[in-house]
Design a protein around this ligand. Sequence first.
Ligand code: PMP
Length: 422
Amino acid sequence: MAVEPALSALTPGAFSGTVLRSDFAVFDRPTRSGKRLVFLDAAASAPKPRTVVDTMADAYSHHYANVHRGIYELSEDATGLFEAARGKVAAFIGAPSKREIVFVRNATEAINLVAYSWGRANVHSGDRVVTTQLEHHANIVPWQQLTAEVGATLDYVAITDDGRLELDDLREKLGNGPKLLAVAAVSNALGTINPLAEIVKMAHEAGALVLVDAAQAAPHMPIDVAALDCDFLALSGHKMLGPSGIGALWGRRELLDAMPPFMTGGSMITKVTMEGAEWNEVPHKFEAGTPAIVEAIGLGAAIDYLTNLGMDAVREHERYLFERAWPALGEIPGVRRFGPNDAETHAGVISFVLDGIHPHDVATVFDSEGVAVRAGHHCAQPVMLRYDIPATTRASFYVYNDLDDIDALTSAVRATQTLFAG
Ligand code: PMP
């Protein structure tokens, strides 16, 4: 039988979400329902703190020019801020060098970059790639495309009833000698925190490289690629309080050096003749064209904000909210929750269904209560298949959430059930 966390064992959150709410201008706006905005959809995209918006407005107003090219003060200024942001991303994930940080649009592009560049050069007919049934489509479809194109096989690691990876199945799939394992650090659909250190070790022992999809982990918990010992890591800025349109791929230097470019054009070359071109060094080899300059600077500001809170404290705060929300939802008859039952392996993402009520209807009633949640398959249709459901309602927490938000969540569940019972 499932064991609920003991309420008496809970410690207070590392900081109060109530205090942080005022850092986010969005909470000043009135809602259609006239109720307090309870934002529980950070897993889709997070609100931006004022400091990110202000930094970007300042960059556009006073520091904007194209980067890396201009031999004049404004361009040098913009280049300095852009490259400083790269350094912030590197420090944030423990990368040995900022040269290993490639700016991309989002985690999806980061994964596609690896699938196209590293994948087409290293995965051949008869080879294998392993992903899992727990993944977001962004960490499935690029591998489906690659393996179909080159005649390789894609294997999926199964998931347990409580939303964990079947480690025995992983061991078996790794036993076939795959070239790469592509795995999420945290599931966006179930909130599962995968035992990455153990997984990376198993994959390396089997001779596979490991790509970590950290889209849901980098915003919420400390990440250290050096300690993790993975080979590639993908993240999205917009989920970690930064702007949309900017994300990062981290890769081991020797891997990035050996990989062909993904896109070609300006900035990524050192020399172009009419016969051909020579590539710039990393990371510029992978950054063709004018980059998302101010978005990168905004991501740097988001990282400053998170670093100032401390990523251990961010994780602690979300664990505190989870430890209250999970049993509170479990106490309500007719609520089915998904994912691991313990706060150690469950991030601040709770997927659930209400008996007899479609998740889209749930989200609509929640909206009338001022509670913003996501309903759908969360771009993880194989997960829905595993539990034989079309969709779930998903509540996801972040730094600005507090206990009032958890109360609003459970009240919204009861209000929905009352409405549909009537
Ligand atoms: N992986 C995971 C686990 C995600 O949650 C998401 C976004 N929902 C992505 C990848 C893709 O992120 P993006 O849309 O920013 O590229």
